[in-house]
Design a protein around this ligand. Sequence first.
Ligand code: AMP
Ligand code: GLY
Length: 425
Amino acid sequence: MDKINILLLGAGGREHALLLKLAESPRAGKLYVAPGNGGMLQLAQQAPVNQDSPTEVATWAAQNNIGLVVVGPEAPLVEGVADAVREAGIPCFGPNASAARMEGSKEFAKQVMARANVPTAAYKSFTDRKACEDYVRELAGPCVIKADGLAAGKGVIVAQTTEEALSGVAQCFEGAFGDAGNTVVVEEMLEGPECSLLALTDGKTVVPLATSQDHKRAYDGDKGPNTGGMGVYSPVPEHLVGAEDLACMTNIMERVVAQLAADGIVYSGCLYGGFMLTKDGPKVLEFNARFGDPETQVVLPRMHADLLEVFMACDAGTLDSTMVQWDDDYAVSVVLASAGYPGKYESGKRITGLEEAAAQDGITVYHAGTKLDDEGNTLTAGGRVLDVTAVAPTFSEARRNAYAACDLIDFEGKQFRTDIGARAL
Ligand code: AMP
Ligand code: GLY
């Protein structure tokens, strides 16, 4: 069997989970990461390339006999890394830049949704600050202000009052989110529980993955600022997402991929749908052009699939729903973060208890913001440090085991939410 050497771009818990799953494939050859983290570098070699540079990535991959490039985060996709890799004749997992605009531009995503007749929040977009402020005053109530471009999970202000909305508009136009804020989208506020549905697609066939629910706020009880995600579980139980909602979300994903295809854009990779389950049914909050982080850390452990073959099929246009099966088990993942996250935090703290935690039944500790020192010790190197993930036959057991493993791990300033999955119980 011909082995396939893999280059995986990214450095988060999502990428550690992707790497571990890819490494299980019988066809996996040499594993390279750029830049990787403390956990990833224990099983892969670092490639000396800037993950956001299409030319650097494509050239290095061609020179080093890479048979598959897997792009974890959104920035390289929006920059056109997947285009450059494919142009070099190398299979790639992740959409080309034109398709990645589903995440890179909220305005573009809204236009695709309108053409595909997909339910989403009503919106208006503005490049003129005065017109935007006038519109917000006219609404005279709750609304959501969004910077149009990529803003690393920030750039969304959920405003209850006109005052909060105006301050959000000011932040956007005054450059708080960089160039992302040159165009500002004002949206109707939707209400209901949130649910993420990720789907793999080759541009024709759409294979939905298991449902999951992220916890975006920093503190217990959904208090505090928005973060990249503080914990997640999968699947989302029937009482929160019924069969009808699930069918509706799946249908929405299919319609979006078909609409893009009709527009001449092949979407190949993972499409992430963020939904609000309103009383009128699921409505789209946003699309992302990649796997979710931390959603991936609970979805992949429950998946029975040769991920390498699945990714090759997404690129080749030969994806088939029988390639992906699911476990009946439950997964809960708790993020251990540095004190101060999502604001300022310190790095370089020694982490203890990792091996003991990983030795527990059903536990995997995915590294996010970690690095190795010269002696091979693991140190903190980011806001979100580790994703402690438990898989078990019942939801309550998975939750209990995840928290027991969290207690075995220590580093100065360790902070985490104690209510991950509480809603599902
Ligand atoms: P986004 O990055 O667009 O998913 O927004 C981040 C978070 O802001 C979402 O997970 C929601 O909690 C909230 N949000 C975004 N859009 C809306 C909306 N139209 N109505 C209510 N909440 C929203
Ligand atoms: N967990 C949210 C995201 O990946 O966008």
